[in-house]
Design a binder for this molecule. Sequence first.
Ligand code: SAM
Length: 281
Amino acid sequence: MSTGTLHIVATPIGNLADASPRAIEALAQADLIACEDTRTSRTLLARHGIAARVVPLHAHNERAASERLLGALRAGKNVSLISDAGTPAISDPGALLVAAAHREGIRVVPVPGPSAALAAYSASGFAADRFLFVGFLPAARSARRKALAALETACPVIIYEAPHRVLETVGDLCERFGGARELLLARELTKKFEELARLPLADAGAWLLAQPHRQQGELVLVLGPDSTPRAPERVEGERVLGILLKELPASDAARLAARISGLPRAELYALALGKKSKDAG
Ligand code: SAM
């Protein structure tokens, strides 16, 4: 008997009209639909007259639910995985099931569609050839500040945040990256009260406080890239590193470039690894 297929189906992040015809088809043809919250997903399913069996798969039962779903896939059933909103397994459960399906040679088919991260990024206007998605920062302030201290922000950074923490997080971002750095706040994307504001970090707190509803609903932050001109010794250090990297492994190139330029070896090594993986990709 052949095994079933696992579809990873993106669903709307607010506006139900964003469900793609292919997403509806995958859900309609599924024997089982794995949902984060079956009550939430029933609204979408009912709208499209889909009566497939729903099975809960959420953060608290992910392992056991994945095992059961794997059993069904092995038995030839087709399973569609959805989350409450957006793309499953992006700051949402699902990766365990997907990884297990790959291990067992079960066909995995993505059905792409809405994702709050990409919707916000696409509307940020921060021009860059790469971005960093960090999902949710730690909820505790000290852990969050530590995470921000270690954040590399030469490229734009996409951050998910809960509304009741956003003011504090924006304050931490401002402290870490300075008031001149730009931030996009994208609230309630695709919904009736959608609101986007791109402004310097120094003004972001006041923007959130200007209307009581701005600390409610769902929200994505996109931190703009660091656009401050780099010091001449940094430019020179990176140039030297680039030349050495053509001939030497990353660690040797970083060590020599540090000796020549006076820049910290660890920083140059991180840069060298980044350059190597970019060249390999
Ligand atoms: N997997 C989902 C995706 O692909 O968009 C994200 C799930 S994550 C648990 C939920 C977070 O996504 C929210 O806290 C918020 O940061 C962001 N989010 C989801 N829907 C949103 C919307 N309509 N507008 C703004 N942010 C949203």
